[in-house]
Design a protein around this ligand. Sequence first.
Ligand code: 5RP
Length: 265
Amino acid sequence: MDWGMKNRMSRIFKPETGRTVMLAVDHGYFLGPISKLENPKKTIEPLIPFTDALMLTRGILRNCVNHEFQIPIVLRVSGGNSIVGKELSNEEIITSVREAVRLNVCAVAFSIYVGAEFEHQTLVCLSKLIDECEDCGIPVLAVTAVGKELEKRDARYLSLACRIAAELGARFIKTYYCEDFEKVVESSPVPLVIAGGPKMDSEVDVLKIAFEAMSKGAKGVDFGRNIWQSSHPVAMINAIRSIVHEGANVEKAVEIFNKTKEGNI
Ligand code: 5RP
């Protein structure tokens, strides 16, 4: 790995722990102004001090994030679909690598849809993006998207999707936590971070998933809705940080959640 690539990776995965707490706020690229992300600036700003890297699109970066923030950016560069369109897997590269360089990003993110109608298109686009990004020393994060088919999130499917992403050259992968998650980790030669998925009813369940994933070999989380749709987003991300970076168990993380919450943040 060249210096630029190593430096960008180490800005995302903190050298002290080799782990990361990423905050995903890219949802609008196909979901529009979903609940609690209607005003991205308002949602993002209080969470910045607790975030290792921010995942978002160029439009939200330019318009809603202060350029003076020293936060590493993971730029979503795939899209071209919408929640009301016919086929979610119909995504391509929507932002150039030149633009990513101009925006001084630490990585770019691209979704692949293994087994879906546009599987081939998304895998070929991922490979082309990786060719170009490797030239510039920019890591590519592959996202193993499942669209509306949440039941696809089992170890067999996710191992297949993660392994394909790694074989094509992704430097790290965003996937889902699932039963037998250690099998997904074993089958990928590059680090995995987990998505949170739709908002869960209980905050404790979110912390349990973060804990289980980290215990089974994940290198971090890239949560969105389960942080900023929580009634206490700062308490939530702070508790997650304790699991990822300090090795807290669920009990300890719940204690940290409650303490931060009592501080009314
Ligand atoms: C979809 C995505 C997202 O838009 C987002 O990053 C998911 O985050 P979460 O599921 O934690 O809300 O990557 O594939």
